[in-house]
Design a protein around this ligand. Structure first.
Ligand code: HEC
Ligand code: HEC
Length: 160
């Protein structure tokens, strides 16, 4: 299995991002700065309604630290240098942050393809990355019945 460590993507964030005042309750922001876990139970949180700058700031302040901790717990060597580019790829360089990212592993379209996938990754993705990310974005995890919600396809593209 080849894992590219994406070290080059040093992202220059606008200063505005740092100064962005969260629409979320202050208590949550300060809970986070004290190193406590962040919840999005606050109903004022609405990812859909956030503009690009607000999303960028939320990614930086909340999503990145939370997800990096999970990836490091899973594999500290591979993800020690995890950054925005690990998920966003080129989108972190051209600042669109467009997802899904066609440069990471592509979701297979066949049983055989799925059988070849690394099982420890699959478990981590299914049991940790998907639900954790969904919750950070205030979305429901993808549900096969309704075909809606946050899933693998929000980050990974399909194989051609
Ligand atoms: C664990 C993976 C992951 C990491 C790490 C990550 N992001 Fe994201 N980011 C996402 C996903 C998934 C979305 C799209 C959510 C959706 O489907 O609406 C997103 C969306 C965004 C958007 C919104 C784009 C738009 O306007 O719709 C911005 C801006 C962004 N990320 C910035 C960042 C920055 C800056 C960092 C690093 C500090 C970062 N992200 C790290 C997964 C990640
Ligand atoms: C929040 C974004 C995100 C979501 C959601 C997500 N993944 Fe991933 N996935 C990643 C990132 C980032 C990597 C590591 C990419 C790298 O290091 O090149 C990865 C790696 C993988 C790998 C390892 C590929 C390899 O190099 O062998 C597999 C397999 C995988 N994901 C499957 C899935 C499946 C299946 C789902 C849905 C259950 C899923 N992923 C959901 C972001 C995501």
């Amino acid at each position: 299995m080849k894992i590219k460590l994406l070290t080059a993507g040093v992202l220059v964030l606008g200063f505005a991002g740092l100064l962005w005042i969260s629409p979320l309750a202050n208590s949550q922001t300060s809970a986070k700065s004290m190193g406590l876990s962040f919840t999005v139970a606050d109903t004022s949180f609405n990812w859909e309604k956030m503009d690009h700058a607000a999303r960028l700031s939320y990614m930086k302040q909340v999503v990145m630290p939370a997800m990096k901790a999970e990836f490091i717990k899973f594999n500290s060597e591979e993800f020690e240098l995890m950054n925005c580019k690990t998920c966003h790829g080129e989108g972190a360089e051209n600042h669109t942050f467009k997802m899904p990212n066609p440069k990471i592993w592509k979701l297979p379209r066949s049983k055989e393809g799925w059988a070849k996938a690394d099982t420890s990754y699959l478990r981590f993705m299914k049991e940790t990355v998907k639900p954790r990310m969904a919750s950070l974005l205030g979305m429901k995890p993808f549900d096969m019945k309704t075909m809606t919600g946050f899933g693998c396809g929000n980050c990974h593209t399909d194989q051609e």
